[in-house]
Design a protein around this ligand. Structure first.
Ligand SMILES: Cc1cc2nc3c(=O)[nH]c(=O)nc-3n(C[C@H](O)[C@H](O)[C@H](O)COP(=O)(O)O)c2cc1C
Length: 183
């Protein structure tokens, strides 16, 4: 079982990175992180039929195609999805590697109300792209600052770790027996 992870935060001490690291450590799946910072800005002319994709785009598409499941983690910026992550998803629209791919969305915010806008926007974009969003594997984590240790870059809150374990179990179960679960 291979999980490809995409993090919408490029910050060195990203709390979403901590969520990603801890979540993946709770599964037996092998994992890889997509280098979405290397992608050029999405440009439809470069995505036209017959066009050779830029190398980082080809690498992303290959990594998604090769994965059994995709795990997206992200903060919310100005009530939206960070541009670097939306850019990555835009490069995957026409090539369709996400089609029917079991996918989880984990958003994390220091806010006590979470990253609700980015969370819903990501799920809507993925639905539109016909990814198989697995509802039981999705979480919007609130007040994340108190639940992580920046020094180790991991989640330290036991309840959150338990919740992440359940989320990842739902993702790997869906990947083992893919369905087109409505979300
Ligand atoms: C430009 C900018 C806009 C932000 N807007 C929001 C927001 O709309 N909602 C929110 O919950 N947090 C917002 N934040 C705070 C981020 O959630 C916070 O910086 C978070 O730690 C970023 O995730 P990371 O630790 O993974 O980098 C914003 C941060 C920045 C830098």
């Amino acid at each position: 079982m291979k999980i490809l992870a995409l993090n919408g935060s490029l910050r060195a001490r990203s709390s979403n990175g901590a969520v990603l690291r801890s979540a993946l450590a709770l599964t037996d799946a092998t994992s890889a992180a997509a280098d979405i910072a290397a992608l050029p800005h999405f440009q439809p002319d470069r995505d036209a039929e017959g066009a050779t994709p830029p190398a980082p785009v080809a690498a992303l598409r290959h990594a998604v195609a090769d994965a059994d499941a995709v795990l997206i983690v992200s903060p919310e910026y100005a009530h939206g999805v960070p541009g670097v992550l939306k850019n990555a998803l835009d490069w995957l629209v026409s090539s369709a590697e996400l089609l029917d791919k079991p996918t989880a969305v984990l958003t994390a915010s220091p806010s006590p109300t979470g990253a609700v806008y980015a969370h819903e926007q990501l799920r809507e974009t993925l639905r539109m792209m016909s990814a198989t969003v697995v509802p039981a594997a999705c979480r919007d984590l609130t007040a994340i600052g108190a639940k992580t240790d920046p020094a180790t870059g991991t989640v330290t809150d036991p309840a959150t770790l338990q919740d992440l374990r359940a989320a990842l179990a739902a993702l790997t179960t869906a990947a083992a027996a893919p369905t087109t679960t409505p979300s």
